[in-house]
Design a protein around this ligand. Sequence first.
Ligand SMILES: [Zn+2]
Length: 292
Amino acid sequence: MNELVRMISQDGTLYVLALNSTEMVKKMQEIHGTSKVCSAALGRLLTAASMMGALLKGDSDTLTLKISGSGPASPAVAVADSKGFVKGYIGDAKVKLPLNGKGKLDVSGALGKDGFLTVIKDLGLKEPYCAQVPLISGEVAEDITAYYASSEQTPTVCALGVLVDPESENVLLAGGFLIQLLPTADEAVISAVEKGLESVKPVTTMLAEGLSPEDICKKVLPNFEMQLLDRTQTGYRCDCSRERVTAALIGAGREGLAEMAQDNETEVVCHFCNSKYVFSKEEILKLIEESK
Ligand SMILES: [Zn+2]
């Protein structure tokens, strides 16, 4: 169960989402066999994508976050739908690094400090919306905040956390919150938000204390009266199918297909869920025939 909650302040100046993404990050680790630092890196990105996806308006809209950094695990990709369901993958899921100077998993070291965060929103228009910002730290949350500031001019606070058991390497807890100031917010609102955040504990600490996403929304904004907008369930979900893979193969063009037809079998593995799709030589030849 991954509970996603949205709340708005009574005075209409800000909006907050909070998510307990523990199950989706566990599922991701099960699929990709991520190392500790990669569980943290991709887990944070999935958590952010889920909340950002839930901000999309159209039912079939999708959002993609991609971090292409100089680190050995890059790139990391997360795709979300407008219900907050996500899927993702990371370049090298096995990267191991020593803890950073603060004794934390070195996400920035794994993804890299130099590089870009790309945000793509497919809103069903002719061209998808696409924005790219340089990485601030490669720790993910700060990079998301920077994206909102520079590309959407929306002051945003983003916090993300993934707690991994140092011994078993299992994901124990994951979650995040996203606060957005609405255009009605003035300086007084900004300083009230900042003041409230000073004493806020890390997300996974709040989850470990048994706080629900709704509790977290209230906890991070103690100076505001908050109203619940909705509470939904999300998760890790891949929507690949034989039909979609077939369409992608046709997209490779006749030359690409002709190359595949030289092998007795063509195996396609989904990046997001590791499902295997096998096509025989005859099936590939048939695709070539049909695409004439
Ligand atoms: Zn898949």
